[in-house]
Structures are given as structure tokens and as C-alpha cells.
Write a protein that binds this ligand. Structure first.
Ligand code: ADP
Length: 333
């Protein structure tokens, strides 16, 4: 029988951190592509709770965010008949592969990690988990033979590290892993948060997809803009509100808003009102489905269970090959 670990075709893999409510940066940068690609090729989407532990160290919160991420995927159109969704911790073999990869990764590579350096620059005392984050991520991608990784632009460097680790393994032990490519949609590569920096759960600058109306209005009103007066023309390409508006607007609507900015007499307050309207419309049907899913958690658990079973079959087969190639003896099987 052919091995379930079969990296000969396209395999799509990607993860999302359950470190807070998923936001519109996660959606446009990653989740929308995950759902669009789900029936094109075998795909594995995981909720990276091991990764989230680098910052979330409250058990109830980690559980809650993990389940909530699964509900969000299903509400947005993830189809468990066509693809696999599961919690990363259901594949504990990842930790074994991470160890193998740690032994192939120079510390100096991880010291150059942008996400790591950024968190340190913010004054966070880094733990080993945060430092090794890209190695676990490489295991996440390669254990399923991933070839295509739909992510936002912030992940570019991490995917480069995964490629590097796969190459090192293949050179040292023989060809096993395909060298994966990042799949980044250019015009949504980095969605700005309300303070203009990259939107992120960890910066407190995110707008959640399913924010209550009152909270949504509060967050949108806080989006940072410049001080151009209402009457004056404005440059849409330098404005955070417009950067978000264009994600939700149809091409015609985007052109109309661009015109309004350039003409003057259209204030940032108007643009924010429009953004709230467009967001509520855009996520309206998903919001409804989410309400239904919250009443049927058994179904959500079943989806995660089945996804994990499928993923584990592939991960087991991969690790068997890894142990053979690396000389890790196993007497108990
Ligand atoms: P966060 O920084 O909010 O914790 P994650 O690390 O969970 O996000 O990222 C999950 C996916 O969402 C990744 O593919 C990442 O590239 C994408 N993503 C996160 N934030 C943004 C953003 N602001 N713009 C575009 N994509 C993003």
C-alpha cells in the first residue's frame, strides 16, 4: 500500500494561533485563501495551540480560543468533507519532529527571526518556546508534506526558515521533504490595525470579525488617521481606514470611495461609518452561522476529531520515515 505521507502532489497547510479572537487581518491574509483552496488539493488547517502557549498560559483561555477558532472557520465556510481542521496538540508527534529539526538549526538563524526580535524589542522576556517558534512551524508544515502555505506577508521569513530546514534535512539524511512555497495574496499581504501597525492579536490593535456592533463602532472610531480637514482632498493610499475599506468594497464601490477621498468634502468620519456598514454586511451571514454553531458544540468537536485522525495518519507515516532516515531506533511499535 502507498504511504499516507505522499509529498508528490500539492498539499496545502496552514495554521492559525488561538491567542485571541480571530481578526480581519487573519481573514483576508489567510483564512479566506484557506477556504477558497480547500477543495483544490489535500489540505490541513490547524489551530496552533502549542504555538499560542508561548503567550497564553491560562488553560481555560487556551481551550476557549481553540474552540472559538474552529467555530470561526466553520462559520466562514470551512467544509470538513473536503478538508481537515484540527488542534495542533492532537498531533504530539510534532514535538518529536521539532526536536530533530532543532538539531539541524543554527541558533544564529533563530536569532534573526523578525517576529522574535520584534517581541523582544517590545520588552517581552522571551521564553524558549518563542525562540523555537519557527522550528515548530517547520514541523507543522513538513510533517504533512506541505508544498503550498497560504499566509500573510508577516510569515514570509518563517516560510523561508521552513524551506531552509527542509533542505538541511534532505541534504543530511536523504530526500524526504518537498520544499514548500508561501502563497501570499499581494493586495492583502498585511492588513493594518487601528494604530496603523500590522493588525495582530498580540498588539491589541485588532478588529475582530464578529465584534458586537457597539464594540465594532468603538474600535473603528479609534482607527488612526491624519489631521487633513474634512473639506480637503485626501490620499486614499496613505490612509488606514481606506486600506480596510478596500478589503470589503466591491471594485465599483472602491472606485467611488477613492474618488470621494480625492475630491475632498469627504471626512474620515464618513469613511469610518462606511467601513462599519460594509463590515457588518460582509460578515452578516457568517455571524448567523456562528450563532447556530455555538448551539451545536458536539458537531464542532466531531469536525476537530475527524480532522485530527486524518492528520495523524499522515504524521505517523512521515515520522516512521524520519526515524528510519535519522537512525532513531524504535523497539516498541
Ligand atoms: P496574529 O499575529 O494575529 O497572532 P497569527 O500568527 O495567528 O496572527 O496568523 C495567522 C495567519 O494570519 C497567518 O497566515 C498570518 O500571516 C495571517 N495574518 C495575521 N495578521 C495579519 C495581518 N495583519 N495581515 C495579513 N495577514 C495576517
Amino acid at each position: 500500500m502507498d504511504s499516507p505521507f505522499d509529498p508528490s502532489g500539492t498539499v496545502i497547510v496552514s495554521g492559525i494561533q488561538p491567542s485571541g479572537a480571530l481578526h480581519i487581518g487573519n481573514y483576508f491574509g489567510a483564512i479566506r485563501q484557506h477556504i477558497a483552496l480547500q477543495d483544490k488539493h489535500p489540505s490541513f488547517y490547524f489551530i496552533v495551540n502549542y504555538h499560542a502557549m508561548t503567550t497564553v498560559q491560562d488553560a481555560d483561555m487556551l481551550r476557549e480560543h481553540t474552540l472559538s477558532a474552529a467555530i470561526t472557520y466553520l462559520a466562514l465556510g470551512f467544509d470538513p468533507e473536503r478538508s481537515n481542521l484540527f488542534a495542533q496538540s492532537d498531533i504530539p508527534l510534532l514535538n518529536e519532529l521539532t526536536w530533530v529539526f532543532c538539531c539541524l538549526t543554527p541558533v544564529s538563524h533563530l536569532e534573526k527571526g523578525v517576529a522574535y526580535k520584534d517581541k523582544v524589542a517590545q520588552g517581552l522576556t522571551p521564553n524558549c518556546g518563542l525562540f523555537n517558534y519557527p522550528v515548530l512551524q517547520a514541523a507543522d508544515i513538513l510533517i504533512y508534506g506541505g508544498t503550498l502555505v497560504p499566509v500573510g506577508a508577516d510569515q514570509r521569513q518563517h516560510i523561508e526558515m521552513t524551506r531552509n530546514i527542509a533542505q538541511r534535512f534532505n541534504n543530511r539524511y536523504g530526500p524526504l521533504f518537498p520544499i514548500p512555497e508561501a502563497y501570499i495574496v499581494d493586495h492583502v499581504a498585511t492588513v493594518p490595525g487601528i494604530d496603523g501597525r500590522k493588525m495582530s492579536k498580540s498588539y491589541g490593535n485588532a478588529i475582530g470579525m464578529f465584534e458586537e456592533k457597539k464594540e465594532l463602532k468603538r474600535r473603528v472610531r479609534r482607527i488612526v488617521t491624519d489631521s487633513t480637514p474634512l473639506e480637503a482632498p485626501k490620499d486614499p493610499d496613505k490612509d488606514n481606514v481606506f486600506a480596510l475599506l478596500r478589503l470589503f468594497a466591491t471594485p465599483d464601490k472602491e472606485a467611488e470611495l477613492r474618488q470621494a477621498y480625492l475630491a475632498g468634502g469627504y471626512g474620515y468620519g464618513h469613511a469610518k461609518q462606511e467601513l462599519i456598514r460594509l463590515m457588518l454586511d460582509y460578515f452578516g451571514p457568517a455571524r448567523e452561522r456562528r450563532r447556530e454553531l455555538l448551539k451545536d458544540l458536539d458537531y464542532v468537536h466531531d469536525v476537530l476529531r475527524q480532522g485530527a485522525k486524518n492528520a495523524r495518519t499522515v504524521a505517523d507515516a512521515c515520522m516512521e520515515r524520519v526515524r528510519e532516515l535519522t537512525g532513531l531506533v524504535t523497539m516498541l511499535r
